[in-house]
Design a protein around this ligand. Structure first.
Ligand code: NI
Length: 188
């Protein structure tokens, strides 16, 4: 197993729709093992293929809820249904989201409260997860990665502007940047 470098915003693989997984082989198993290790080392609650430079439709997730229930798995070739999002005012703390490809930052973003994830596992077996709250948010965030969308692309004013400033300050937004969990220490 290996911790993989995580691509930073600006790398084309993060901004391009990924292709379906077609080969359920040893290489896929190794990739998924490495993605779990990388996510845990970061640490993060989700990691999508494009974030480690692999333009395939898969993500891993791992999150423990307030009742100490661990939600952890790999979703390959996922489909996601989401409930309509509400339009009341954003809560800057409770709805603050982050991304390992926009490291060390958090900005609030409205997400759907509920989601249904349908995907296959490493054996190619279909499964379904009904998620609410933060798990639903994780699924929406990771699913977006597979379509080449970062959460900062979805921010409303003034948060979008703040994110662009951060990007400029860090000289992100260009191809070829990455960071390595365990080697590069971030501020958050
Ligand atoms: Ni992300």
């Amino acid at each position: 197993m290996a911790v993989l470098p995580i691509r930073i915003t600006g790398d084309p693989v993060l901004h391009t729709p990924a292709a379906p997984v077609t080969e359920f082989d040893d290489a896929l198993h190794t990739l998924v093992d490495d993605m779990f290790e990388t996510m845990d080392a970061a640490p993060g609650v989700g990691l999508a293929g494009p974030q480690v430079g692999v333009p395939l439709r898969l993500f891993v997730y791992g999150w423990t809820d307030d009742d100490d229930v661990v939600h952890r798995g790999v979703a390959i070739n996922p489909v996601l249904w989401i409930s309509p999002a509400t339009i009341d005012e954003l809560d800057e703390d409770a709805e603050a989201e982050g991304c390992l490809s926009f490291p060390g930052e958090r900005f609030p973003l409205r997400r759907a409260e509920s989601a249904i994830l349908r995907a296959v596992d490493l054996a190619g077996e279909p499964f379904e997860v009904h998620a609410d709250g933060w798990l639903a948010r994780i699924f929406q965030h990771e699913f977006d990665h597979l379509d080449g969308i970062l959460y900062v692309d979805r921010l409303d004013h003034p948060y979008g502007k703040a994110a662009r400033k951060v990007q400029k300050k860090n000289s992100w937004g260009v191809p070829g940047l990455s960071w390595l969990p365990g080697r590069d220490h971030l501020d958050d």
